[in-house]
Design a binder for this molecule. Structure first.
Ligand SMILES: [Zn+2]
Length: 271
């Protein structure tokens, strides 16, 4: 499931490939994927729009359009957003194809069909439920301490809550907690202040390193050119149950379930 580093990598690739391009036509093959404001046809509304910018918010990739509208894409479990020449083969389950004026195609594919491409109006506050960006200047030590203090929510569940911090998913929550030596089930408010500061630092570090390696390709994630990322070779705990911890070497990584999600951690390092 693409998280912040994967979506950031896709967005950077799209910025190179599609900014300045005009969308001549949109081909919608599965209607529920392409969502438009009431009384508008997605395909008709988007035809002729120019792409003036590309950005990321949380796990969403956003194409900013000349009219002031935005095309907000969520990839959810298995979505892919790839630019290619018209002649290149499509990924399986390609549901929306944007025809670009230079002959290129921006294709959205999604085997599980949970992803969406949503056309939102100018000024529409579609992201007001999303929390702070962990790589922004707003993610200060004070903000993070304030978020955790007094809460009984397990710290891992809090990291996954998009209304508090936007963009962290299961992979990077597990990795950051392991690096900070914090037990995933610990109630957030029970972390010491040094542990909170350490965790904030490791969240930033692990996200930045993953972006440098262009994301983690374990399941379906590919970048905007259809290429895999490289961070799956640098994971310390995620998906490594039964293998020795790479830090202490004496304990094996365990997988438990927390907030209905698989959680990988080291019983020795993360007490
Ligand atoms: Zn360990």
């Amino acid at each position: 499931m693409p998280e912040l580093p994967e979506v950031e990598t896709i967005v950077r690739g799209l910025a190179r490939a599609v900014v300045g391009q005009t969308i001549d036509a949109a081909e919608v093959r599965l209607a529920r994927i392409a969502v438009a404001p009431p009384n508008l046809s997605f395909a008709r509304a988007i035809a002729g729009e120019r792409i003036v910018g590309v950005r990321r918010r949380g796990k969403y990739a956003i194409l900013e359009l000349g009219s002031g509208r935005s095309l907000v894409t969520s990839l959810r479990m298995t979505g892919r957003l790839v630019v290619a020449d018209a002649g290149r083969p499509e990924w399986p389950a390609t549901h929306v194809v944007l025809h670009l004026r230079d002959g290129g195609r921006l294709r959205f594919s999604d085997v599980r069909t949970f992803g969406r491409m949503r056309l939102v109006g100018a000024g529409e506050a579609w992201d007001r439920e999303l929390g702070i960006e962990p790589l922004s200047s707003g993610f200060t030590p004070e903000a993070f301490i304030g978020m955790l203090s007094g809460r009984t929510t397990p710290v891992k569940a809090l990291l996954l809550d998009q209304r508090r911090i936007a963009g962290i998913g299961n992979i990077y929550a597990c990795e950051a907690l392991w690096e900070a030596r914090i037990r995933p089930s610990l109630p957030s408010g029970r972390l010491t202040k040094p542990a909170m500061l350490r965790l904030r630092r490791t969240i930033i570090d692990v996200l930045q390193r993953a972006i440098e390696m262009r994301g983690t390709s374990i399941d379906d994630y590919v970048d905007a050119d259809g290429l895999q990322g490289g961070f799956q070779n640098s994971l310390s705990v995620y998906g490594r149950d039964g293998r020795p911890c790479v830090r202490c070497g004496t304990s094996r990584i365990v997988r438990t379930v927390l907030a209905a999600r698989g959680t990988w951690w080291c019983r020795r390092c993360q007490r």
